[in-house]
Design a protein around this ligand. Structure first.
Ligand SMILES: [Zn+2]
Ligand SMILES: [Zn+2]
Length: 80
């Protein structure tokens, strides 16, 4: 099994750290190679890339907006 982490700011976890061989969102087992990510707003666990998008879009709208805003502010700051 090879889990490829989508988000560059998330450190790849070893298999032992992942602690699960199934998606925390859809509960389906991971295949041989999967693009996975974890929710940065809660500790739900490892999810398929697609599932994480759904989970975050549904469950963390406010946090997501805050992060987008934060990102934008920081970028503006960098250029000043
Ligand atoms: Zn899934
Ligand atoms: Zn979450």
């Amino acid at each position: 099994m090879a889990l490829l982490w989508r988000d560059p700011w998330l450190k790849p976890l070893s298999d032992g750290d992942v602690g699960s061989d199934a998606c925390a969102f859809c509960k389906k087992g991971f295949g041989k190679v999967e693009f996975v990510t974890a929710c940065e707003f809660c500790d739900i666990g490892v999810m398929h890339d697609q599932c994480a998008n759904q989970h975050i879009a549904k469950g963390h709208k406010k946090e997501l907006e805050g992060k987008v805003k934060d990102h934008r502010d920081r970028r503006l700051h960098d250029y000043q």
